[in-house]
Design a protein around this ligand. Sequence first.
Ligand SMILES: Cc1ncc(COP(=O)(O)O)c(C=O)c1O
Length: 383
Amino acid sequence: MVPDPVIEAVRSAPRPVCAYVYDRTVLRDRAAALAAVLPTGARLLYAVKANSHPEVVRTLAAVVDGLEVASGGELELARSAGTRTIAFSGPAKTDAELAAAVAAGCVVHVESAHELRRLAAVAEPHTTPGSIRVAIRVNRAVAGPPGTHRMTGEPTPFGVDEAELPAALALAARLPAVRVLGFHLHAVSNNLDAAAHAVFVRESVDWSVRTAAAQGLPLSYVNVGGGLGVDYTGGTQFDLGAFGRALPEHPGLVLEPGRYLAAHAGWYAAEILDVKRTHGRWFAVLRGGTHHFRLPAAWRYSHPWTVVPVDEWPYPFARPEVRDAPVDLVGELCTPRDVLARDRHVDRLRAGDIAVLPWAGAYGWDISHRDFLRHPYPQMLVI
Ligand SMILES: Cc1ncc(COP(=O)(O)O)c(C=O)c1O
């Protein structure tokens, strides 16, 4: 189902239609729903990497406690959006980014002992003791929760190996400008199992409390990252109520989801330029494709989509159409991999109709190879 305001925006876009539609009300609603189930004192950051459209960032910045960024570019966006807290993550920060993070007063999620030394070296001459707020990102010894893109409990480039954490904390204690607030424990993406995610959060808090006590560290920051899932194929939904009820209370608890806040607020719409059949299979060919919305190709699934019918037809000749058949939704690129969805049954679909894909607001445009073949970019419509 495509909401009416989205259909209106899509229908009023220039032809051939190719657009993202972002709905600010949905962004606010998602943030409010998540904030409502968090325990007292927990802070909610938005992970800008999920969707860095300035209006999306500004809208969420106004309703959450802060923003998580992972590059100098995202930091600039976060600063111009105006927000209380900025957390700076990423396994390969440059000296310039570290300096900018310190200048902006970020909490820096430090990923290695070397990065900790560089952070202090870059910032030291200009900083007062204890003024650089740091959380050490830890690659825990135990496996993380289920989901995709696992980043902890196994060999990954992220964080300090748990076995080396005491040495990293000892190093931090010798760097006067650095003040370690706690830990950053982002573990996974797209976990649909709310109960398992709450267990992960609880276990992360317990571990942080134990570890901080053992190391003599005053603990004011336990960032459990993002990872709350969205089921694009329409089955399970992340059970927010169950998640909230099982969360522990800790004054330092921080969550930084991206997908959960942004995915539902975006639609990708593209006009069907051609409808054809080869070797017995129907194809709807779009003015658009995976260079704008890469997620289904990257994750190898069929994204759901809806036909928005358009009755006007500008040509004096017949309109290609397919009725009551399965159709593959494919893009304009010269590669057989430019496929957004396969085998979706349609009652009727014509060239000139518009395909609309919901849940495209996170890791859609931001992760796509937009310049491949140099087609024009989609319009960005914010409602
Ligand atoms: C450090 C960090 N925090 C937060 C996120 C957001 O994750 P999600 O969009 O799955 O909630 C990511 C995603 O990769 C990340 O790497």
